[in-house]
Design a protein around this ligand. Structure first.
Ligand SMILES: C[S@@+](CC[C@H](N)C(=O)[O-])C[C@H]1O[C@@H](n2cnc3c(N)ncnc32)[C@H](O)[C@@H]1O
Length: 324
């Protein structure tokens, strides 16, 4: 086993030992660890540029700190003193509506269409198409596609939480509707294009979701799918963090993050920490499922940085253009 994997394991064992008594430190420490798992941090710049070395240094420092914390006495935590949101499912889509709509930069728009172009779809493809955005969240992809003259876009989510206070006017060709991606209220072969970006890994069964999406897709139609990969210390750490945060109420964490002035985009951390379901699928498994479902073809988006650093990223993010 690589030394870095051993360090990650000791780190999570130590965190477990203090999570019940010192949850505020767990939030702060995991905020520091999680930001270091990424290549860059736009808010708090890194001085060590070598990614692997930086993760190892961070782990060493945090492990030292955790060992000290183990010996500090603390009162019994009273979580009853704060309001606790019970329905995390609803909460996750609320968090996302805010993040993506408030995020004014259009980097995502550029990379989204660049990826589709690499996979074989130009912007002009969308003209007159019937589109489904499955698990739309804030509707950011529906908004992007709406500019490309599709016939109509149906944007579904199990909870539509488009925040009225943000006063965003959505284009008229987008129809928002509450529905479950595992059980869609549409006839077979309805859509030319389906976008399902970052959704199926939050459902109980990726294969069933895929089956349902392919049912409502027309023959020859396209599905753009993004699901979490697996392997590497990144996905391993996400899994461990998600488990650890089951011991800390979401509102408590939110308050700690708010007090330390965490930028709005950082609430993406919360999504990982508090997703009621986070599934990690290997590339091999996903491709096996696609073959089993007898799709016409599929093409994976390449990510050279991930390919070069499997130890950290494992299979990376799995993004595919699937043709039925
Ligand atoms: C990570 S967000 C991604 C949102 C959007 N696709 C985007 O990229 O901005 C996941 C979304 O999937 C939705 N979702 C999760 N499970 C779902 C289900 N079974 N049916 C429909 N939507 C679901 C959540 O409510 C949330 O809005």
């Amino acid at each position: 086993m690589e030394i870095i994997n051993k360090k990650v394991n000791s780190f999570f064992i130590l965190l477990n030992s203090i999570v019940k008594t010192k949850p505020y430190f767990v939030v702060i420490i995991l905020h520091e660890y999680f930001r270091n798992l990424y290549r860059e941090d736009p808010y708090l710049k890194f001085s060590q540029k070598n990614h692997k070395k930086r993760i190892i240094n961070t782990l060493d420092n945090l492990i030292k700190l955790l060992k000290i914390l183990q010996n500090i006495k603390s009162y019994k935590i009273n979580f009853n003193s704060i309001k606790i949101e019970k329905d995390l499912r609803k909460n996750s889509s609320k968090v996302f509506s805010k993040i993506f709509i408030k995020n004014k930069n259009n980097n995502h728009s550029i990379s989204y269409f660049k990826s589709l172009k690499y996979l074989g779809l130009e912007k002009k493809y969308f003209k007159n198409k019937i589109v489904l955005d499955a698990g739309t969240g804030s509707g950011r992809h529906a908004v992007l596609i709406s500019k490309l003259e599709p016939k109509k876009i149906i944007a579904i989510d199990h909870k539509i939480t488009i925040n009225k206070n943000l006063k965003i006017k959505y284009p008229k060709n987008i129809y928002f509707r509450e529905a479950d991606v595992q059980n869609l209220p549409f006839k077979a072969s309805t859509f030319n294009f389906i976008n399902c970006y970052g959704v199926l890994h939050h459902t109980c069964n990726i294969e069933n979701g895929l089956k349902e999406l392919l049912r409502v897709l027309k023959k020859g139609g396209h599905l753009y799918l993004y699901v979490y990969g697996s392997g590497g210390i990144y996905w391993y750490s996400r899994k461990k963090m998600n488990k650890l945060f089951k011991s800390i109420p979401h509102d408590y964490t939110k308050n700690v993050l708010r007090i330390i002035n965490t930028p709005i985009n950082r609430f993406i951390f919360e999504d990982c920490w508090y997703s009621p379901i986070e599934k990690y699928t290997s590339q091999r498994k996903l491709e096996q499922i696609l073959k089993k479902l007898k799709v016409e073809s599929f093409k994976k988006l390449k990510d050279n940085i991930v390919e070069r650093n499997k130890l950290i990223w494992g299979d990376g993010e799995l993004k595919y253009l699937i043709t039925k």
